[in-house]
Design a protein around this ligand. Structure first.
Ligand code: SAM
Ligand code: SF4
Ligand code: SF4
Length: 375
């Protein structure tokens, strides 16, 4: 049984402690939600802090030096993260992405990478372990991350023009250092490097072609992400979204493209190949072409709350179970119960023009911020 004493949690976002079902069930690796979507992908936010202040994610006006970030005691420890990750893998997760905030700011992150790289799926395979980073510390850490067992990496870079990039990260960080991080990752043997560019109309859309040209002859796969209305602080406006179809049209005009087959169901990026064989790009159209139907992603927040959707209004407090003394079987059964009831499909609903989901108490929902829930 779970102890009644539940540790203090951050009350910014509503959450409930998931019920431990009366009939406990061992994970079978075949969990499905209420819309028949399996659980395959787990994104883990390892810190809510970041050394950048990208305006679309952590605008400086809100995330001031006085901002109340989570205290260290609230964060899941590496042991707690690994314990939960093992249960998620038993339920069918085969891909784990470390994110944040800026994951490389979490002290000893290599140790966590090492622990997660030892997990095995029910079929006995290793998990596909990756990490998304702003690359500010990548040149320094690429080698040790690779040695610890990291296989792949995604770097965020919104422009090649130094002035535009410095303005977007809002801490005057230079492009050259991000590019040096990417090179270090290549040298360290981190295969399959991806670069994510969030496109904001009027801010960096003139950088689409330079970015495409820069990465075209390399092994790096560039992905253009539609600017999303995630969180409540970025002042999102639809007229600042440049639809992925426009991104493709602009590139195709200069460098003809052909569509590629999806690698697997639930893949977020639609991939395109340069007709002349000089590489590929991807577009993530979360706003204009919702892909909820195949969404197989769960998110674990910095303090151990399980979120079933990027736009969920409340989390499921797994840390309370961990620290309350629940057994692996009890926690796995609780996770199973939560996933089986999942019916979230926010982007599809928004596209169809229906109301956003209400919060637990029926009030207008408090949107969860991306740096806390993990991108
Ligand atoms: N700090 C790391 C980084 O920037 O790569 C990891 C965390 S960040 C929240 C993960 C991804 O979310 C980044 O690629 C970032 O560009 C993206 N992102 C953040 N806010 C976004 C928004 N409003 N719309 C679309 N993508 C966003
Ligand atoms: Fe930091 Fe990444 Fe958010 Fe930019 S997108 S503020 S780098 S967490
Ligand atoms: Fe998945 Fe939610 Fe995004 Fe739809 S809106 S794709 S359910 S995270």
């Amino acid at each position: 049984m779970v102890d009644k004493v539940i540790p203090l949690a951050d009350h910014r976002y509503a959450s409930a402690v998931p019920l431990i079902p009366e009939r406990l069930a061992l994970p079978t690796g075949t969990l499905s939600d209420a819309l028949a979507r399996p659980l395959r992908d787990l994104r883990i936010s390892v810190t809510d802090r970041c050394n950048f202040r990208c305006s679309y994610c952590m605008p400086k006006s809100v995330f001031t030096p006085q901002y109340d970030f989570l205290p260290h005691s609230s964060l899941l420890s590496f042991e707690e993260i690994t314990r939960l990750a093992r249960l998620f893998v038993a339920h069918g997760v085969h891909k784990i992405r470390l994110t944040g905030g800026e994951p490389l700011l979490r002290k000893g992150i290599e140790r966590l990478v090492g622990m997660l790289s030892e997990l095995r799926t029910p079929e006995g395979r290793g998990v596909d372990l990756t990490l998304t980073t702003n690359a500010s510390l990548l040149a320094k850490k690429a080698q040790t991350l690779r040695a610890a067992g990291l296989q792949r990496i995604t770097v965020s870079l919104d422009a090649l023009d130094d002035a535009v990039f410095r303005r977007m990260n809002d801490v005057d960080f230079p492009v050259a250092d991000v590019l040096a991080g990417i090179e270090a990752a290549e040298r360290a043997g981190l295969g399959s490097i991806k670069v994510n560019m969030v496109v904001k109309r009027g801010t960096n859309d003139h950088e689409i072609l330079p970015m495409a040209a820069h990465f075209r002859h390399t092994k790096v796969a560039l992905r253009f992400i539609e600017y999303m209305d995630v969180g409540a602080t970025n002042g999102w406006r639809m007229d600042e979204v440049l639809p992925s179809a426009d991104v493709i049209a602009r590139i195709n005009e200069v460098h003809p493209l052909d569509p590629m087959e999806a690698n697997e169901r639930g893949e977020t990026a639609r991939r395109w190949r340069y007709r002349d064989g000089t590489g590929e790009i991807g577009v993530i159209s979360s706003v204009t072409q919702a892909f909820c139907r195949d969404c197989n992603r769960a998110r674990l927040s910095t303090e151990g709350k399980l979120f079933l959707c990027l736009f969920a209004t409340h989390g499921h407090d797994l840390r309370a179970l961990l620290r309350g003394g629940a057994s692996d079987l009890e926690i796995a059964s609780a996770i199973g119960g939560v996933w089986q009831q999942r019916a979230d499909r926010y982007s599809e609903q928004r596209q169809a023009g229906s109301d956003p989901p209400k919060a637990l108490d029926g009030s207008e929902p408090q949107r969860v911020e991306m740096h806390y829930i993990g991108g």
